[in-house]
Design a protein around this ligand. Structure first.
Ligand code: SAH
Ligand code: SF4
Ligand code: F3S
Length: 461
C-alpha cells in the first residue's frame, strides 16, 4: 500500500467529514477506515459537526445506554442542520452495530437520518455519497460480507493513513460463541479471519508510516484461523516486520487461549505483557447460563498457565453483574475470583437486557438497585487492584512508547509495556520513539516518570 492520494489542489473543494465513534476498539478502527475510503472523494476529517457535509455516527449496540445515546445525538444534529446555515447541507449517516441491529427501526424512528450502513458495508460509503448525499432512506447491508469488505479496504482507493505510532489492526471479526447476554453475533456476524498476507501487508504499510505498535483486533481475536498456527503464528510473523516493536491483541475468549499462544507470551519479545481475558462471572452456575463454556476453576488454571509463561503479565477482564438469576452467593464467587486473579485493570457493567438475546427473556431478572450495589462493590475491589498493580512499578525503569504531547508544554505521554499511561517531561521529538523511563509516582489514572539516562539499564519489559 502506498500513501493515500491527497486531493489535488484545484480539484473538488475539501468536504468536511465528522465521525463520532461509540463502542469498542473495532469501531475506532472502522471509523479510521471510513475516513480512508472517503478521502479520495475529497473528504477531510474535522473535529466537530458544525458545518460538516457528512456526519457519520459509528454506533454501538452492546448495552441499552450505548444504543440510546445515538438517538439523542441524532436529535442534536437535526437541530444543528435546521438552525445553523453552515450546517444546512449536512448528510447524517448512522453506521456500526446499531445500524446493523435496528436499521429499519432507526430509519422510521429518526427520519432525520439520511442513510444507515452496517459494519460490514462501510466500504460502500463512497457509492452512497457519490449519489450526491441526501440519499434519504437508504439502508445498506443487513448481510454479513466481511471478506468482501476487507478486500475492498485493501485496495489502493482506501489506503490507510494513521496519525500516531500506535495503531489498531483488525484481524478477525464476528463471533460464533453466542453468550446469552450478547448482541455481537447478531451485529457482526459469524467469525471471519483475514488472510495473514493481507494483515502483514497492512502492518508493513503501517510501519512505513512510523507505527511502532499494533493492537490486533477481533471480537474473538484468539480464535483467529487465517494462517496455519493461528494467532500465535500471526504474532510471530508480525514481530518480524521491520519497525514493529510492540504487538498486542484483544479481545480473547478463555476457551480459545491455546498452548501455542500462551507459550508465545514467554517467547516473543515484541508481544507485550498485557492480556485482556474477560471472564464475566466467577460463578459456575452463572457462567453456564451465560453459555461461556468454561468454569471459574478452568479460568483460574488458565491464568496460572499464562503467568507460568509470563510471570509479570498484566491481566485485564470484563465483568457483568446482575445477570438473570445471579444470587448474593454467585456475586461473592465473582469477588473471590477477582481476589485470586489480581487484575491490573478491568471493565465491569450492570447486565443490560438486549432484545433478541436469550438472557433477555430469562426469569429472575435482577433489580437495578441490586445491580448498582454489586457493581459498586466489584469496582471498588478492581480499583484497589489496579492501584496496587500501578504502585508496584514505581521505582522500575521501563521502555515507554511515546504517543503524543501532554497537556502542558514540555510534557509527553506514552505507554508502558503493561499498557499503563505515563506522563514525563521531555521533548516532542520523543513522540514515536521508545525510551527508558524511571517510574516515579502513580496518580489516579496514570503514572509519572522521568527519562532515564540514555545508557540506563533497561529491565526486560
Ligand atoms: N468478545 C468479548 C467482549 C465483547 S463485548 C468477549 O467475549 O468477552 C464487551 C463486553 O461488554 C463483554 O465482555 C461484556 O462484559 C459486556 N457486555 C456484553 N453484553 C452485555 C450486556 N448485555 N450487558 C452488560 N454488559 C455486556
Ligand atoms: Fe459477545 Fe460472547 Fe461473542 Fe464476546 S464471545 S462477542 S461476549 S457472544
Ligand atoms: Fe459495540 Fe458493536 Fe463493538 S455492539 S462493543 S461496537 S462490536
Amino acid at each position: 500500500m502506498t500513501a493515500a492520494p491527497e486531493p489535488q489542489a484545484g480539484s473538488a473543494p475539501e468536504k468536511r467529514l465528522f465521525i463520532k465513534t461509540y463502542g469498542c476498539q473495532m469501531n475506532v478502527y472502522d471509523s479510521e477506515r471510513m475516513a480512508d475510503v472517503l478521502r479520495p472523494l475529497g473528504y477531510g476529517v474535522v473535529d466537530s459537526p458544525e458545518g460538516a457535509d457528512l456526519v457519520v455516527l459509528n454506533t454501538c449496540h452492546i448495552r441499552e445506554k450505548a444504543a440510546e445515546k445515538v438517538y439523542s445525538e441524532i436529535g442534536r444534529l437535526k437541530e444543528l442542520r435546521a438552525e445553523d446555515p453552515a450546517s444546512a447541507g449536512m448528510t447524517i449517516a448512522v453506521a456500526g452495530c446499531v445500524a446493523q441491529a435496528e436499521g429499519q427501526e432507526l430509519m422510521n424512528r429518526a427520519p432525520a437520518v439520511d442513510f444507515v450502513i452496517g459494519p460490514q458495508a462501510f466500504h460502500k460509503l463512497p457509492e452512497l455519497v457519490a449519489r450526491n448525499s441526501r440519499v434519504r432512506g437508504e439502508r445498506l447491508s443487513a448481510e454479513f460480507a466481511a471478506e468482501e469488505k476487507f478486500d475492498a479496504l485493501a485496495g489502493p482507493a482506501a489506503a490507510r493513513k494513521v496519525a500516531g505510532p500506535a495503531a489498531f489492526l483488525t484481524v478477525q471479526e464476528g463471533c460464533d460463541k453466542f453468550c446469552t447476554f450478547c448482541v455481537v453475533p447478531y451485529t457482526r456476524g459469524a467469525e471471519f479471519s483475514r488472510p495473514a498476507e493481507a494483515i502483514l501487508a497492512e502492518a508493513r504499510a503501517l510501519a512505513e508510516q512510523g507505527v511502532r505498535e499494533v493492537t490486533l483486533l477481533g471480537q474473538n481475536v484468539n480464535a483467529y484461523d487465517g494462517a496455519p498456527g493461528g494467532l500465535a503464528a500471526l504474532v510471530r510473523a508480525l514481530a518480524a516486520v521491520p519497525g514493529l516493536d510492540r504487538i498486542r491483541y484483544t479481545t480473547s475468549h478463555p476457551r480459545d487461549m491455546d498452548a501455542a499462544l500462551i507459550a508465545a507470551h514467554g517467547e516473543i519479545e515484541a508481544l507485550m505483557p498485557y492480556l485482556h481475558l474477560p471472564v464475566q462471572s466467577g460463578s459456575d452456575r452463572v457462567l453456564k447460563a451465560m453459555n461461556r463454556a468454561h468454569t471459574a476453576e478452568r479460568y483460574l488454571r488458565l491464568v496460572e498457565r499464562i503467568r507460568g509463561a509470563r510471570p509479570d503479565i498484566a491481566l485485564s477482564g470484563d465483568f457483568i453483574v446482575g445477570f438473570p438469576g445471579e444470587t448474593d452467593a454467585d456475586f461473592d464467587a465473582t469477588l473471590e475470583l477477582v481476589r485470586q486473579v489480581r487484575y491490573a485493570s478491568a471493565f465491569s457493567f450492570k447486565y443490560s437486557r438486549r432484545p433478541g438475546t436469550p438472557a433477555a427473556v430469562m426469569a429472575d431478572q435482577v433489580e437495578e438497585t441490586v445491580k448498582a450495589e454489586r457493581l459498586a462493590r466489584l469496582q471498588a475491589l478492581l480499583e484497589e487492584q489496579r492501584q496496587s498493580f500501578n504502585a508496584a512499578v514505581v521505582g522500575r525503569t521501563l521502555p515507554v512508547l511515546f504517543e503524543r504531547k501532554g497537556r502542558y508544554a514540555g510534557q509527553v505521554v506514552g505507554r508502558t509495556p503493561y499498557l499503563q499511561g505515563i506522563f514525563t517531561e521531555g521533548p516532542d521529538t520523543l513522540i514515536g520513539q521508545i525510551a527508558a523511563v524511571e517510574i516515579t509516582a502513580t496518580g489516579p489514572n496514570s503514572l509519572s516518570g522521568r527519562l532515564a539516562a540514555a545508557d540506563a539499564a533497561l529491565e526486560p519489559a
